[in-house]
Design a protein around this ligand. Structure first.
Ligand code: NAD
Ligand code: ZN
Length: 267
């Protein structure tokens, strides 16, 4: 990673007025939550095909398997703390430049870091809540899982309509929430800077967002460990760890902002 690229990214952030930050599992690995594609993660112990929305709907045995999987993945997310990259997004929001934070993550770490609810669009939902698939009522997750443990319930059902309860995340085969998707595309089209942190950009339709932003004239910055299928669209690519790389950009960004405000940065 070149120092020059850090500076270009910082300058782009400084010049931007409507920033969209787009994050994926890679922003949270330094907080101890493995991404889907790392070997040995929870994901590799379960067969994806058994965890689809259709299977969940179809049979009690799949609902049981789903909840077993969900309870296995949850503690790492519950106990994780946000890292420097999550905090940088909060800092960008505080400058007034952030139009939207669009995340594929379900871990709730952006909110834990202090990102506001109004600006955050969770494309794939959240593990922090549970929803009834029939009447769409929602509960706090710990309330439901606490009851499951206390009453030895393997698969919870809705006390109002009898529908099956599932974590409020988007399973494979499940449609994304239309409103969240619509708003995300709108923000991608209206931003002047689209900053991607920690996404392989292979999951659809989320990976269409940077294309949409580029088409509308926005600059694109990618902070990611590995290559993505859309690297050719990027104005700046910073290959590195999300936390330290984002922090390096923020350091330069702060200097530029201070200069503009007429404050001489203390060395
Ligand atoms: P992904 O697993 O497909 O890709 C993660 C990307 O991040 C990879 O390209 C990897 O090289 C990069 N990466 C990993 N660690 C990094 C680090 N420390 N710094 C910089 N880059 C790093 O993730 P995705 O694009 O978000 O899509 C996969 C799906 O996984 C999404 O639907 C998401 O909902 C789900 N998921 C979410 C979580 C979470 O909430 N934390 C965890 C696992 C999976
Ligand atoms: Zn219900």
């Amino acid at each position: 990673m070149r120092e020059e690229d850090i500076l270009t990214a910082a300058r782009a952030l400084h010049e931007a007025q409507r920033v969209v930050v787009f994050t994926g599992a890679g922003i949270s690995t330094e907080s101890g939550i493995p991404d889907f594609r790392s070997p040995g993660g929870i994901w590799s112990r379960y067969n994806q095909d058994d965890l689809t929305y259709q299977k969940f709907r179809s049979h009690e045995k799949y609902r049981k398997l789903y909840w077993e999987y969900d309870r296995a993945r949850y503690p790492a997310m519950r106990d994780a703390e946000p890292n420097a990259a999550h905090r940088a997004v909060v800092e960008i929001e505080k400058t007034g430049k952030l139009a939207a934070l669009i995340t594929q993550n379900i871990d709730g770490l952006h909110q834990k870091a202090g990102s506001s609810r109004e600006k955050t669009f969770e494309l794939h939902g959240t593990v922090k809540e549970v929803t009834c698939l029939d009447c769409h009522r929602r509960w706090d997750r710990d309330e439901i899982t606490g009851k499951m443990e206390a009453e030895r319930i393997e698969v919870p059902y809705c006390e109002h309509c009898g529908g099956p309860l599932k974590c409020a995340t988007i399973a494979f085969g499940q449609t994304l929430p239309a409103e969240v998707l619509e708003q995300s595309f709108l923000h991608a089209r209206n931003c002047d800077l689209f900053l991607i942190i920690g996404s392989s950009l292979v999951v659809q339709p989320a990976s269409m967002l940077p294309i949409e932003a580029k088409r509308s004239g926005a600059r694109l910055i990618l902070i990611n460990l590995s290559e993505t299928p859309y690297d050719r669209l990027m104005d700046v690519i910073l290959h590195g760890l999300a936390g330290p790389t984002t922090e390096a950009v923020m350091q330069e960004f702060r200097k530029l902002e201070q200069c503009q405000a007429g404050v001489v940065p203390a060395e």
